[in-house]
Ligand binder design. Sequence first.
Ligand code: NAD
Ligand code: 6OH
Length: 484
Amino acid sequence: MKSILNYVDGEFVRGRRDFAAVNPADGSTIAEVSEANEDIVDRAVCAARKALRGDWGQFTVRERSSRLHKVADAIEARFDSFVAAEVADTGKPIALASKLDVPRAAANFRTFADLIKTAGVESFQTETPDGKSALNYAVRKPLGVVGIITPWNLPLLLLTWKVAPALACGNTVVVKPSEETPATATLLAEAMKDAGIPDGVYNVVHGFGPNSAGEFLTRHPDVNAVTLTGESQTGAAIMKSVAATLKPVSFELGGKNAAIVFADCDLDEAASGIAEAVFLNTGQVCLCTERVYVERPIFEGFVHKLKKKAESLVIGSPMDKTTDLGPLISAQHREKVLSYYQLALEEGAQLVTGGGVPQVSAALERGFYVQPTIYTGLPESARCVKEEIFGPVCHVAPFDTEEEAISLANDTKYGLAASIWTTNLKRGHRVAQQMIVGITWVNCWFLRDLRTPFGGVGLSGIGREGGMHSLNFYSELNNVCIRL
Ligand code: NAD
Ligand code: 6OH
């Protein structure tokens, strides 16, 4: 059986006990993962602290940038291994991992490697009361040791989305990948070695959240900042744990994202776009749409088209290049999603399609598959309309006016993403600007430019990452004021 170990100060380290990594497509155990106890987490944090004082801390920005490009090269050189590891851990289709997850990991490093070289800082010439002046300018410095905690849905993409800017700013990191998907963070350690990143700069500790590696890391007094992508309640738990040491946090959390489809949209484009937004990665993307509001004259036609799209998705082995929909991440998550399928009916939903477990081949019978599912007819107060399900499912409801659509879309405690589908440019701008979210797409979804602000409102997060927003989170600015 393959072992997945912790990575501390450039060495692979075994913990005191193991837990199983399971392939969601067939329920088989793919590796034994070594859980980091508190001592290993402490060693990782100490190694990261020591590395700040070593070569890494002396590197010029140009040198750091060049090494980060080498990390991207090393990921590309190991492309097939990263894809295979990600597919085995998550059950996502190989086509998706090859098109999205692994290329984005390399792109994350290249983007921040380039950005750090050109990033400016603020400066002001300040008039003083005596009629003279002073010069203010800010100096960018690393925060120190950054604790990075990541989820299972896009494991490598989301980990590198934080590791790349943290390293670009000169920090060292200790990462705690999800217990469900430990493989690619560990493989990244090998890419770091290939790229000449000094020992101790990138460390990996495996384990769970509460009373395990996640909590040991976030409460460690020598960690300078914590960044999390995960559930909203995990953000709340981590906030408590960092409170005693006042660490800055950046949280990218859950969502209950809405799409608004106006009667003047391109109906085929909207149906295709929303099918992707609901079902990509089996609905396990924080940005996925779970609420669709459609202007009444096209409601029936839209539901019909979306149903056809859902029913045409190929459910199958993640290793098959034609598969659109893989399994959910775990048996436990499948229980959760199926319980919402049941609840939707109890809350009065009409089932348009799906609602259960699909027929799959004998080899996949122990996998965690569910059907792509569409409901209509729920009241807005229904739990299925309010709570994040995180599966391949949406509820579609009609609306009559623009004002009503805006108010329905915004009626949520979350606020991550929204999409608007219209051919009326003025309306697109007008409605987009009224969405209470971090990201609004018009006639598209999950179209990313890594320089743009990314994050959420309300239960969807704290802060923004992306481009300069990432550089600002992962650095301390020291303002220097000189009397001239
Ligand atoms: P999760 O919150 O259960 O786990 C995320 C990570 O936090 C894991 O590594 C876990 O071990 C760790 N963790 C859990 N409790 C902890 C604690 N008390 N202290 C320290 N660490 C702890 O999330 P998940 O189930 O892995 O991922 C799915 C969730 O993530 C969904 O809610 C989804 O919307 C959200 N998500 C948000 C974004 C975004 O960018 N906003 C992106 C991806 C996923
Ligand atoms: C959530 O599951 C997806 C988040 C995506 C990003 O953070 C990104 O940078 O594209």
